[in-house]
Design a protein around this ligand. Structure first.
Ligand code: COA
Length: 425
């Protein structure tokens, strides 16, 4: 079976998390991803959060599957020559250097597109044009500046960042969509173009419902937020909403049997209007079905805290899995809070390839998240991440067509290898 992106070659100048997330997805769909790394050092994450001494970290391995690695010093003249040849033979260049770094290497858009007018140059930066365009940005900065932190957490607590890497991985996902869209456009325009995604913009896109609420504030209090039921007035900005549901159907995280000693013995429970009568039966409050104080969504809004307290009395008599089984029979939307341990052991996630075991020559077997996007005619296989410079000579010979003599010449120039330590006389 052929892969969806077979025949597409990516010059992968990415590092850390945001860019590598994007190029890993393209690699899973079958693109030939050539990761360019600095000789001797490589992507900084190879050596970050190391758990197995001498082996690439999980941070690196889990973001760089199915790629090839070439080490090239892009500031060395011979290294620049290699990069130019790669530009000629690639369909897409992806980079997430600090603002201006690619230009400082001498690879401006004008230069790149003059070398290969069909190439797509895809970039991630922290911010788009504006006062912060020159800033270096990491995950939590994006979460804070994109509207996520100000709307996450509890009303009476500080802003919170979330564990989901919406700034880095979220931006990588946006960029991947931009790249395949530009590739599609090229099929009829015949030309490459630039694709730019700012981390702030990606986070804001993912926080779109909070900008919705910002505008709704003009029309009055946000009645589905618990603070409405608590009689606490709203300010002029979308507040933090704890675990309130972001949609029109009230929801909360409730304790189950074992909580709070077990930090994950909780369930998310949504009091969806169409199943209200079933909820009343399940929790043992059948009179709430007809009582005008509870029977309509509008009547329930000011009493949500009391209603969820009553539902929690019921959920606390069940484990989160028992509650899930019972509630699902009645189509009552809910979800157990699953720990990373539970997810790692989940057999259905392993069966679908969303959790995969990967063999690695220096670190042994590790777990990773496979491709969450499933194509029926282009399944993804997860291959281990490359060692630093593992494919340098292979790429020079097979992709760029360099002779043995040329390869030796470039090695001699110091463009591909770390500087040799000269022994003291
Ligand atoms: N050969 C020679 N030099 C290389 C090289 C190579 N193969 N690869 C990188 N470099 C150089 C760059 O040219 C740059 O040099 P310069 O500063 O002299 O121009 C230098 O390495 C450092 O690159 P930079 O991108 O500034 O790395 P950093 O570690 O200082 O910053 C980030 C890291 C992530 C903060 C920054 O890259 C950034 O803001 N990126 C955009 C936003 C982003 O993606 N953030 C999320 C990351 S998960």
């Amino acid at each position: 079976m052929s892969k969806a992106l077979e025949g597409v070659r990516i010059l992968d100048f990415t590092h850390v998390q945001s860019g590598p997330t994007c190029t890993q997805l393209l690699a899973w769909f079958g693109a030939d991803v050539i990761k360019v790394e600095r000789p001797g050092a490589g992507d900084i994450t190879r050596g970050q959060l190391v758990d197995v001494k001498g082996a690439d970290s999980l941070y690196f391995t889990m973001l760089n599957h199915n790629k090839r690695s070439i080490t090239v010093d892009s500031k060395n003249p011979q290294g620049k020559r290699v990069i130019e040849e790669l530009i000629k033979s690639c369909d897409v260049m992806v980079e997430n250097f600090a603002p201006g770094a690619l230009d400082r290497m001498g690879f401006t858009w004008e230069r790149i597109s003059s070398i290969n007018p069909r190439i797509i140059v895809a970039s991630i930066k922290g911010f788009g044009p504006g006062p912060y365009e020159d800033c270096k940005v990491y995950e939590n900065v994006a979460q804070c500046t994109g509207g996520s932190a100000s709307t996450t957490g509890f009303r009476d607590g500080p802003p919170l960042v979330t564990g989901a890497q919406i700034g880095d991985s979220g931006t990588g996902l946006h960029l991947a969509l931009g790249i395949v869209t530009a590739l599609y456009h090229r099929t009829h325009s015949g030309k490459g173009q630039r694709v730019s995604v700012a981390m702030q913009d990606s986070v804001l896109n993912l926080c779109r419902v909070k900008l919705r609420d910002q505008q709704r504030l003009k029309a009055g209090p946000l009645t589905e937020y618990s603070q409405y039921g608590e009689g606490i007035p709203f300010g002029d900005a979308t507040p933090r909403a704890g675990n309130d549901s972001g949609g029109g159907q009230p929801g909360r995280i409730l304790m189950c049997k074992g909580a709070p000693e077990d930090p994950n013995a909780y369930i998310y429970f949504i009091t969806q209007a169409p199943v209200w009568e079933k909820i009343c039966d399940v929790i043992g409050e059948p009179t709430w079905k007809t009582d005008p104080e509870y029977a309509t969504p509008k009547a329930r809004l000011p009493k949500l805290n009391q209603i969820f307290e009553r539902i929690e009395q019921w959920t606390m008599t069940k484990t989160k899995f028992e509650a899930m089984d019972i509630l699902n029979k009645f189509d009552i939307p809910c979800g157990p809070i699953l720990s990373m341990k539970e997810l790692a052991e989940d057999s259905s996630l392993r069966n679908t390839g969303t959790i995969v075991e990967v063999e690695h020559p220096t670190r042994g077997t590790y777990l990773s998240v496979g491709n969450p996007i499933k194509l029926s005619d282009s399944p993804s296989d997860v291959r281990r991440s490359p060692l630093l410079g593992e494919h340098t000579d292979e790429i020079l010979r097979e992709v760029l067509g360099f002779s043995d003599h040329q390869v030796a010449e470039i090695h001699d120039s110091g463009a591909l290898d770390p500087p040799r330590k000269v022994a003291a006389e």
